[in-house]
Design a binder for this molecule. Structure first.
Ligand code: NAD
Length: 223
């Protein structure tokens, strides 16, 4: 497969693994992250202006795949019903508004055959206790993605969502080993295992998948 893919959250974890996987598969990848890094365009997904500048660098080119992997899980999002306003708004700004602004910036560069992949979470499917802001934001990412799937298919653009369980990335490094070994497979997913599903959704081999949510959670939400 060759084509141009834009990946947000490209500097770390799942996004970085997606960049590596798509490059290995022959894609030309444009990474976007608030953190600077080699081959990464610096942009905060909560800033429409910064995303517009990032997209302006691609004007005249066709974006074949857009992977929205930028996201946060605030460690202070740890109380039932009493999450702080600050954590609530920050989480929604990055995870929900950031995903929406990313699509708004890059969708005009996409067309027939394009593929958008969003990253929700098992939180969107089954909820995570005491993670009110994160859980609600990921439910919104899933709902938003389904709305796009219903809408953008008229332009030939598919939109699908991943709902990962626990993935070994900097976001989950605070979780203890006992929790990891209690997971159905006895370990978290690697970012590469998530990236391989993203790669399938990004390319034409998934051409009849639209509006689906794929749990990449080792069976966590099945039991
Ligand atoms: P990570 O912290 O390793 O990487 C997230 C990346 O997003 C970082 O590079 C960060 O700089 C970037 N980012 C954060 N806020 C940004 C902003 N405002 N603008 C631009 N970039 C920003 O985390 P990860 O585990 O790779 O998570 C990637 C996605 O997967 C997130 O949406 C996360 O919610 C989701 N997810 C992760 C897990 C997990 O267990 N790690 C599980 C389910 C879903």
């Amino acid at each position: 497969m060759s084509g141009v893919a834009v990946v947000t959250g490209a500097a770390s974890g799942i996004g970085a693994a997606v960049v590596a996987r798509l490059e290995r598969d022959g894609w030309e990848v444009v990474g976007v992250d608030r953190i600077e890094g080699p081959g990464i365009i610096s942009a905060d997904v909560t800033s429409e202006d910064q995303l517009a500048r990032a997209a302006a660098g691609l004007v005249g080119r066709r974006v074949d795949a857009l992977v929205c992997a930028a996201g946060i899980w605030d460690r202070d999002d740890d109380r039932y019903t009493s999450v702080s306003d600050d954590v609530w708004h920050r989480t929604w700004a990055v995870n929900v508004t950031g995903t929406m602004l990313t699509l708004r910036a890059f969708a005009p560069l996409m067309g027939e055959g394009g593929s958008v992949v969003t990253i929700a979470s098992m939180a969107a499917v089954s909820g995570i206790p005491k993670r009110d802001a994160y859980t609600a934001s990921k439910g919104a990412v899933l709902a938003l993605s389904r709305a796009w799937a219903a809408d953008l298919i008229r332009l030939g653009i598919r939109v699908n969502t991943l709902a990962p369980g626990i993935v070994e990335t900097p976001m989950t490094e605070h979780l203890d080993g006992a929790y990891a070994s209690s997971l159905p497979l006895g370990r978290p997913a690697t970012a590469a295992e998530v990236a391989s599903v993203v790669a399938h959704l990004a390319g034409p081999e998934s051409s009849y998948l639209n509006g689906v949510v794929i749990p990449v959670d080792g069976g966590l939400t099945a039991v």
